[in-house]
Ligand binder design. Structure first.
Ligand code: HEC
Ligand code: HEC
Length: 493
């Protein structure tokens, strides 16, 4: 990072003018306090991994904020470039070589190249009132739903039964709030599960569990090899894999272990922005599209937003808090989990089974703006309403390839985050509840049947309780303040 430029739009001098210009034709969207955080790839805003050690948390977060909100251009590396010749990278499963509509190089919609900034899909704070409110890091509406292609025929419109198929995935964007607490929980769980596996006594059944959540069991032999594998709930069940027994909380499938892994995929999938490998992997003529340091800054930003919160449950809502447990919902939607520590370490490169390796930056989760509550043991309380475990949800929720495994959706913030379920098909919370326990084979069938059979009054009480679980507000203002703090420190006027 060289001298990062940052211009505070100092509007004091203009204020009298603006005040008098306050009429219907006033086209000035800038509030007096707006801070222009500067585009990522203009000026000297680029960040190298070696810069991080000399940057404050605020500066790192601001750099990540830029990454999250920057509209990437073709000159920055947006897009995949030339289809032909094929990319030199091995394996063939990189994101290059995607066509675009009318070969316009910008947009495809199915299988990515579907936006220009992260913010386009992560911007809804609340759908509880009309009109909805917006902010930074929020969830997405129906039109932000991502269409992933599975190969072969991609879209099969309007069949006789009015069924339209895409043989890929259909995924609605969740918000990123509270992500740091989730990442720390997952890291600690992975460490504990790996330690249990390492300490397994040959020939005996070794139960695997962490923070009260069971992940099945294994039996090992004298050589330490797994001879009976009953691991469940994690995404990679192959003992030979480097991701075996790794808790991956992110993504609707629970298949992404950290914000960094997720962000790498998001940059490449949505924009064709490659994290620097020193080569022009996507053959668009641009190298160093995203540096290691910029990915680090983005990961820190994504893992340190505000945290969802619960309003105090009173009256019927309070009764609903007991009902949600009585019906069996909290077996998966576990109300709170505790971390052992409060420091989240960000790593590069990441080693899945060892979340303590290669830490470059640490963040205290009790600090602003995360403000997780510190517990008596020096960790933090995460009020997530989930178990960070994958469950079978039945045939009606299955994706086109038949896969119906999803991570328990965290219910924090649920009052604000319609539409619901992995593909956004449920427009109300009640629909979401009913649909994930429709198939008798769904792991949620019993609890959802209990909900279905509950009295109307009890159902309403449960919903009143869920209505206390809220998304954070003021996300924009806080980031404006962050930008101002950095500007002040750097003496920029
Ligand atoms: C076109 C819409 C779209 C854009 C643009 C987009 N996302 Fe997402 N985001 C999604 C969807 C859909 C999911 C859920 C994906 C899944 O379940 O696998 C998601 C999930 C996430 C998650 C995981 C949240 C969780 O709790 O599981 C993170 C983190 C995230 N996005 C970060 C980013 C970042 C960083 C960018 C920009 C580099 C970005 N997203 C751009 C749609 C989008
Ligand atoms: C076996 C575990 C399990 C049980 C029991 C369970 N759920 Fe879920 N729940 C899930 C999973 C997994 C998802 C995510 C499904 C998807 O992504 O399509 C989910 C999603 C939801 C959602 C949608 C959230 C969103 O933002 O999309 C709500 C609301 C919900 N559950 C409420 C309940 C209630 C209320 C009960 C009890 C009547 C219950 N769940 C019982 C696992 C469970």
């Amino acid at each position: 990072m060289k001298l990062r430029t940052l211009s505070v739009v100092c509007a004091f001098a203009l204020m009298p003018v603006l005040a008098t210009a306050d009429n219907d034709r006033d086209n000035d969207n800038d509030s007096d306090n707006d801070v222009d955080i500067g585009q990522l790839f203009t000026g000297n805003n680029r960040v190298e991994q070696s810069d991080l050690a000399n940057m404050t948390r605020d500066e790192i977060r601001l750099a990540g904020f830029r990454m999250f909100t920057n509209p990437f251009l073709k000159s920055d590396g947006y897009g995949d470039g030339n289809d032909s010749p094929p990319s030199p990278s091995a394996g063939g499963n990189h994101e290059g070589e995607r066509g675009t509509l009318q070969n316009n190089g910008t947009f495809q919609r199915i299988n990515g190249l579907d936006a220009q900034t992260c913010l386009e899909c992560h911007s809804v704070i609340s759908r509880r009132k009309v009109p909805m409110s917006f902010g930074i890091g929020g969830h997405g509406g129906v039109n932000n739903t991502v269409l992933g292609a599975g190969g072969g025929t991609q879209v099969d419109l309007q069949q006789a039964d009015k069924n339209t198929n895409i043989n890929g995935r259909v995924i609605n964007p969740p918000f990123i709030f509270g992500a740091g607490g989730i990442e720390l929980l997952a890291n600690e769980m992975t460490i504990e599960l790996q330690a249990q596996l390492a300490a397994a006594v040959p020939g005996e059944t070794t139960p695997l569990s962490s923070k009260g959540i069971s992940f099945g069991s294994v039996v090992t032999n004298a050589a330490g090899d797994i001879v009976e594998n009953n691991v469940e709930g994690t995404f990679d069940l192959d003992p030979a894999s480097p991701d075996f027994l790794v808790v991956a909380p992110f993504g609707r499938k629970g298949d992404q272990k950290s914000t960094r892994t997720f962000d790498t995929g998001a940059l490449s999938f949505h924009f064709g922005m490659q994290v620097d490998e020193g080569i022009d992997e996507d053959l668009d003529g641009v190298v160093n599209e995203v540096t290691e340091g910029e990915l680090s800054a983005l990961s820190v930003f994504v893992a340190t937003p505000q945290t969802p919160f619960a309003k105090k449950a009173k009256g019927e809502a309070r009764r609903g808090q007991r009902i949600i447990a009585d019906l069996g919902c909290t077996e998966c939607h576990v109300p709170t989990m505790e971390t052992n520590g409060k420091l989240l370490g960000f790593r590069s490169p990441e080693i899945s089974q060892n979340p303590l390796a290669n830490v470059h930056t640490t963040v205290d989760l009790t600090d602003k703006p995360m403000r997780f509550e510190e517990n008596d043991d020096g960790g933090v309380t995460v009020e997530l309403f989930a178990d960070l475990k994958r469950h079978f949800m039945g045939s009606n929720l299955a994706e086109f390839n038949g896969d119906a495994m999803f991570t328990t959706m965290r219910l924090w913030g649920v009052a604000d985050t319609a539409p619901y379920l992995h593909d956004g098909r449920a427009l109300t919370i009640t629909d979401a509840i009913l649909e994930h326990g429709q198939d008798p084979a769904s792991e949620a069938f019993d609890a959802v049947s209990n909900f279905r059979n509950a009295s109307a009054r009890d159902q309403a009480a449960l919903l009143a309780f869920l209505d206390t679980l809220r998304s954070p507000n003021g996300t924009f203002n806080r980031l404006q303040k962050l930008a101002k703090r950095v500007a002040k420190k750097q003496g920029v006027k």
